[in-house]
Each structure stands twice: as structure tokens, then as C-alpha cells.
Design a protein around this ligand. Structure first.
Ligand code: SAH
Length: 219
């Protein structure tokens, strides 16, 4: 390995360290999530001139004013969905498609919607080239969900809404979970919320503070 070009083995080693230091040490314990985070080559989801920072403990720019989320946030949000190998997941905000790949490692089917068509197309070709066959891509405003593919047993939104989009709540199956950042009182930060659909109604938990780009609206 020289200073500018890291080998696959070097990236694998960095990924191991990322999992130990940023995830296990902070309490991520779901083995499916840890295994997915060890497997997916995070650097490939970023522009090549940023590969050296790919395993840092922070979000990174991916172009079009958007970001790839911090590894801990990706792992933690995935863990809070409590996925199984038979899960059908809807993701709003494909972005780099890194979170998409993590979901696709664990779940049966992943439906992902991205507003910026260049990002959606780039994500699709990258995941196809990495061999994922269980991901369905769509370009558009994800606030309306994916009616033809509902109900979902997990929904994850990776852009911050002012209010919880009603159509997404409707597309949740019974006992399904949705995790999303919602704008709070502070101007810059948001509450990460988890909703669970139960026979008695929608249960709501506030998990912790996060900072995501805004959910865009086509209306
Ligand atoms: N999970 C992504 C996060 C990307 S940032 C990753 O780790 O790479 C959030 C993404 O949501 C951006 O790509 C943005 O374009 C997209 N987005 C914003 N509003 C949206 C909407 N209404 N529908 C679909 N995607 C949206």
C-alpha cells in the first residue's frame, strides 16, 4: 500500500476497525447488522478522491449537496428496524445507495426511492455491479411511498421531514416499524423517531438527535 492508493486488503482492515471502534464499542450488537457493515465496501459509494476518508466516523459529501451518512447512524437505524431475512423494506432517499446495500444484505426485498435522478441511476448501476438482485429502484418524491409494493414491514427515511408523511404510515403492515428523522425545535437538528403499527394504534418513540438533509417535496 502506498500513500495514495489503498489495496482491497487495506480497506477490509479499515472496515473491521470501523465495526469494532465505531459500532461494537457504542453498543451495536445485531449480528446481521455487524456482518453487513463488515461486508459492504463503503468506499465504493463515494467519489474516488475521498476514499481515504471512507471509514472515518463522520458523514461525507457525495455530490448534488447530499451526504452519505455516518457509519454509526446507518448501523443504528438498521438495527432499530429489527430486520429478518424475509423483510420487505421501503427506503426513502437512496443517496449513495450505501444504506440500501446494508438493507439488501439482510432483507429479502428492498424498494428504494430517490428524488435526484443522477443519484438514483448511479446507485442502481453500482448495486447491480456489486451483484445485488433484491433491490428495486424508483426516481421521484418518496413521501408518497410505493403503493404497488405495499405493505412493508419496515420503512426507513434518510432525509428529514417537517411532519411524518401520511402515505408512508398507511403503507406499514401490522407490527411494522418506520424510522425517520423529524424536524424538532432546534433549527439544525432533528429527532430520530421510530413508529410501530400495533392493533391499538401507532406507537411513537424518540430515539436520539440526528442531522439529515431535508426531505424535498414535489408539492
Ligand atoms: N441513505 C443515504 C442518505 C442520503 S442523503 C446514504 O447513506 O447515502 C438523503 C437523500 O434523500 C438524498 O440523496 C436526497 O436527494 C434524497 N431525498 C430528499 N428528499 C427526497 C424525497 N422526497 N424522496 C426521495 N428522496 C429524497
Amino acid at each position: 500500500m502506498d500513500g495514495n492508493h489503498s489495496s482491497d486488503a487495506a480497506f477490509t482492515q479499515r472496515r473491521e476497525r470501523m465495526v469494532e471502534e465505531q459500532l461494537v464499542r457504542r453498543g451495536i450488537s445485531d449480528h446481521q447488522v455487524l456482518s453487513a457493515m463488515r461486508t459492504v465496501p463503503r468506499h465504493l459509494f463515494m467519489p474516488q478522491d475521498q476514499w481515504e476518508a471512507a471509514y472515518d466516523d463522520s458523514p461525507q459529501p457525495i455530490g448534488y449537496g447530499q451526504t452519505i451518512s455516518q457509519p454509526f447512524v446507518v448501523a443504528s437505524m438498521t438495527e432499530h428496524l429489527v430486520l429478518t431475512p424475509s423483510s420487505r423494506v421501503l427506503e426513502i432517499g437512496t443517496g449513495s445507495a450505501y444504506q440500501t446495500a446494508i438493507l439488501a444484505e439482510i432483507a429479502q426485498e428492498v424498494y428504494t426511492i430517490e428524488y435526484v435522478s443522477e443519484l438514483g441511476q448511479r446507485g442502481r448501476s453500482l448495486l447491480e455491479s456489486l451483484g445485488y438482485r433484491n433491490v428495486h429502484f424508483r426516481i421521484g418524491d418518496g413521501s408518497f411511498g410505493w403503493p404497488e409494493a405495499q405493505p412493508f414491514d419496515s420503512i426507513i427515511v434518510t432525509a428529514a421531514a417537517d411532519e411524518i408523511p401520511g402515505p408512508l404510515v398507511k403503507q406499514l403492515d401490522m407490527h411494522a416499524r418506520m424510522i425517520l428523522p423529524v424536524r424538532g425545535r432546534e433549527p439544525d437538528s432533528q429527532d430520530l423517531i421510530r413508529l410501530t403499527k400495533t392493533p391499538a394504534g401507532i406507537q411513537r418513540e424518540t430515539l436520539y438527535q440526528v442531522r439529515f438533509v431535508p426531505l424535498r417535496s414535489s408539492q
